[in-house]
Design a protein around this ligand. Structure first.
Ligand code: P6P
Length: 323
């Protein structure tokens, strides 16, 4: 059942190269920022496969343990954005300050390696990025995003991206023909609808202990024989909703298991991708794109998926069980 069919852009075709896709974006500086992020993610994919997973003797400003590969990925992305000369401010989950990147036009937030705690088990991990116009990353919301993307470092390296001037969300695959340039980005599919379908990715299950609405919702999914697909990595667990064109991802909160996902680096950019693909997002009451971001450490519970699944999350869970 097609829930909604936003306008499809017939200029976007399977097999097109990244530079051809970005040529459709009228804002050439925005295209430059996206190109820099794709180039950085190509390198991060290589680093994930080759860098050490040893724990660094340090933690980030949020107190999270940092891996060598987290820091390497973070530096790679920062360097690429600085070299683009169009990014004024950058902030990452590893260095959650607003850093001057020497450019003029955009403010970029990124999670360099989301799910790095599962790199050692060789599960898929990813990079999440959001691009805003201007020179600040506080006092904003996801509603003002100019572009967002998430790279998935799995058996294949892909990026799902959405750019404001081009309808839909689009998946690019890194096609490495061993020609020595470490591969090229090729558009393999575009997403315009997220249908109702029985696939679920239930995060933060410990919240069912004191969030009865979530316990009821998980029971609903189980009783209705939904297909369980959950790895603990937000990027692959959310990207699958785009690829399969259906399903629901939830990471709710409860008094004993407070919200852990950060709005600036994770929740807002992924909400942009899902909603621009015809899906929905919610913090339990409203679109995750409307969550205010007064600071870099704002966290929120979140649900992504088809409109029906997100409505069910709002009905069962809402925000009545938050801390
Ligand atoms: P839980 C990984 O550490 C992460 O930040 C996200 O990538 C992931 O969705 C979430 O935590 C998993 O949380 O509570 O389900 O293990």
């Amino acid at each position: 059942r097609i829930v909604s069919m936003p306008k499809i852009d017939d200029r976007v075709v399977e097999g097109m190269r990244l530079h051809e896709f970005l040529a459709l974006e009228e804002d050439k500086e925005l295209a430059k920022a996206i190109e820099a992020l794709f180039m950085a993610c190509k390198v991060v994919g290589y680093e994930v496969r080759t860098a050490s997973c040893n724990k660094e003797e340090c933690v980030n400003a949020f107190g999270d343990q940092q891996l060598a590969v987290d820091l390497l990925a973070d530096r790679t992305i920062e360097a690429a954005l600085r070299a683009s000369r169009v990014v004024a401010i950058g902030s990452s989950e590893e260095q959650p300050i607003e850093k001057d990147l020497g450019g003029s036009t955009f403010a970029v937030a990124w999670d360099p390696l989301d799910g790095s705690s599962i790199v050692d088990t060789n599960f898929s991990v990813g990079t999440i990025f959001g691009v805003w116009r201007g020179k600040r990353l506080t006092g904003i919301t996801g509603r003002e995003l100019e572009a967002a993307g998430m790279a998935v470092y799995g058996p294949r390296t892909s990026i799902s991206v959405s750019v404001r001037g081009i309808p839909g969300t689009h998946e690019f695959l890194l096609v490495d023909n061993f020609s020595g340039n470490h591969g090229m980005w090729v558009l393999v599919q575009s997403f315009y609808t997220i249908n109702e379908g029985k696939l679920f990715a239930p995060g933060n299950l410990k919240a069912t202990q004191d969030n009865p609405g979530y316990a009821k919702l998980v029971q609903y999914w189980m009783e209705n024989k939904y297909q369980l697909r959950y790895t603990g990595g937000m990027v692959p667990d959310c990207n699958q909703i785009l690829i399969k064109g259906k399903g629901v991802f939830a990471n709710p909160a409860s008094p004993s298991a407070p919200a852990k996902l950060r709005v600036l680096y994770e929740v807002a950019p992924v909400a942009f991708l899902i909603e621009r693909a015809g899906g929905a997002s919610s913090d339990g009451e409203r679109s995750a794109l409307d969550i205010p971001i007064p600071g870099t450490d704002v966290r929120s519970q979140v649900c992504y998926g088809s409109k029906g699944e997100v409505a069910r999350f709002n009905e069962f869970v809402g925000k009545r069980y938050m801390k």
